[in-house]
Design a protein around this ligand. Structure first.
Ligand SMILES: NC(=O)N[C@@H](O)C(=O)O
Ligand code: NI
Length: 177
């Protein structure tokens, strides 16, 4: 099964979570004597189940071995998906690189519902509680992500192995393949 990555947009991602990016629709508040524009509440943390606590981490992610890139076009294979039934999980890139976001709707995992997006270096994602997602997928070189999620009681990571091989094709120029 081959899937092609589409450019990440709030509209395309709304069934899975929020895109964290400066955008004209956001509530913009001028603060700090006008020196700062606050793009307010781009995403909401959902971390309070079972008295959870919000935490901030940095994920230093290395590209998957299967990741190959040549002249801006690339591919890689997927092996698992996971979800967090008790909380949301947000990733914001700290490196200047595009990365892949692979998701499926919350509920029973359905491989036919997989969606693949190419995120740019000024886009973060906030997976809503229960959204199936692949772990962070750096492309070409090790990349850091700021991660905001939950620590607390309860099992908050369900993982499934993808039986059949799924290959993702992506174009770093974001044009369709
Ligand atoms: N397991 C873990 O902390 N990370 C994953 O949830 C992930 O989405 O990368
Ligand atoms: Ni996760």
């Amino acid at each position: 099964m081959i899937l092609h990555a589409k450019p990440l947009s709030q509209k395309a991602f709304q069934a899975f979570g929020d895109v964290i990016e400066v955008n004209d629709e956001a509530e913009k508040i001028s603060i700090n004597y006008g020196l700062t524009q606050r793009y307010h509440a781009l995403a909401t943390l959902d971390i309070s189940e079972e008295a959870g606590q919000g935490i901030i981490s940095v994920f230093r992610s290395s590209p998957k071995e299967s990741c190959q890139i040549n002249a801006g076009k690339g591919q890689l294979t997927l092996d698992c998906m996971e979800r967090h039934p008790l909380s949301s999980q947000a990733f914001y890139p700290l490196s200047a690189n595009a990365y892949l976001v692979v998701v499926a709707p919350a509920g029973e995992f359905d491989v036919t519902q997989l969606a693949v997006f190419l995120a740019s270096a000024n886009q973060g994602v906030n997976y809503h509680k229960g959204t199936w997602h692949h772990y962070s997928l750096a492309l070409g070189q090790t990349a850091d992500f700021l991660v905001v999620d939950r620590q607390g009681a309860g099992k908050n990571c369900d993982e499934i192995t993808l039986d059949n091989k799924i290959t993702i094709h992506f174009n770093l120029d974001k044009r369709s393949d």
